[in-house]
Design a binder for this molecule. Structure first.
Ligand code: UDP
Ligand code: MG
Length: 314
């Protein structure tokens, strides 16, 4: 199998037929073997029925149906797991992404990249509740991750299979796959893609998603960079806190003995106690985290590194 298209769908009954038509038209023109995997994310309308109808007519259309709504990220993860293409391309099934961008993504991938990310430069969504918060979120994500893309939230991206093979997806994290990939040595390119306004059905998201995305970013930053040594984060903060506490205590003593300021006249003793307690707690939490990490890796015999290739090992 050359190409797997992954399409998460939640209550998109009116989009199923026009989307399938559009995507199959493009793929048939490529002379490559492909599959289109629809993941019905617990839809309560006729989405699944329509998908079955399509699957009966077109054998390269495959359908996975969830028992309930798990969210777009889980739907994409299921699609990845069921797919077998050497190149995996997720896209929205609401016709906001344009299947006609697929050949351009593939061409860019062929230049030698592992990931090609779509950028909805001219995005057709509500400005205030969607585009504005997402612009800020994208800037923050770029800054924190050190991976510079304009549009993490765009579902339409192309991945080489090995990139997604060992990624586990939680929460809103599908948008962070390119970051994860770069951190593990992959090369990422970005191209502009079309974006259309929604014609059928309605958007499942609003402003609140930005908050989730920022929280997820903290998780991925922590897991990605410190998961093997959590004590460096917890312990580092703990030691800083203890040093701050001691300075504050010393200052309080200085004021008492050399400036005749009583201990109860400043907040310094309070800060001393607070920072010392906080510091020791942070260090102890770091030790707990170290134990968790050892359980995580050793119980599954997981190596703490990823190998690209080997030679002469048979
Ligand atoms: N989607 C999904 N599960 C959900 C929410 C959305 O599978 O819980 C799908 C949805 O059907 C669509 C894609 O994810 O194909 C993007 O969703 P939507 O168009 O609502 O997001 P927006 O384009 O407004 O960001
Ligand atoms: Mg949409």
């Amino acid at each position: 199998m050359d190409i797997s298209i992954i399409v998460p769908l939640y209550n998109e009954e009116q989009n199923v037929f026009p989307f399938t038509q559009a995507v199959v038209d493009v793929l048939d023109g490529l002379n490559k073997s492909y599959e289109v995997i629809f993941v019905d994310d617990g839809s309560t309308d006729g989405t699944f029925m329509n998908l079955c109808e399509v699957a009966q007519k077109i054998p390269s259309v495959k359908v996975v149906s969830f028992k309930r709504n798990y969210g777009q990220t889980s739907a994409m993860a299921a699609g990845f797991n069921y797919s077998s293409g050497g190149i995996v391309i997720p896209m929205d099934g609401d016709l906001q992404n344009d299947p006609r961008d697929i050949p351009r993504l593939l061409a860019k991938l062929e230049e030698g990249y592992d990931v090609v990310s779509g950028w909805r430069k001219d995005r057709k969504d509500r400005t205030f509740s969607r585009i504005f918060p997402s612009t800020i979120a994208n800037k923050v994500i770029s800054l924190i991750s050190g991976v510079h893309l304009h549009d993490y939230g765009c579902t339409l991206k192309a991945y080489r299979r090995n990139v997604i093979e060992d990624v586990r997806l939680y929460g809103e994290m599908h948008r962070f796959i390119p970051i994860y990939a770069v951190w593990h040595g992959a090369s990422v390119a970005e191209i502009e893609v079309e974006h259309h306004p929604r014609r059928f059905g309605k958007s499942k998201y609003g402003f609140e998603r930005t908050v989730k995305v920022i929280l997820d970013l903290m998780v991925i930053k922590f897991l990605g960079q410190y998961v093997q040594k959590p004590i460096y984060v917890f312990g580092g903060l703990g030691i800083l806190s203890i040093i701050g506490g001691f300075l504050s205590g010393l200052w309080a003593l200085y004021l008492k003995f050399f400036r005749h300021t009583s201990l109860i006249q400043t907040p310094l003793p309070l800060i001393f106690v607070l920072l010392i307690v906080l510091g020791f707690n942070a260090i102890l939490m770091g030790l707990l985290a170290e134990i968790c990490i050892r359980i995580y890796y050793e119980s599954q015999n997981k190596p703490t590194y990823l190998v690209r290739e080997t030679r002469n090992f048979g």
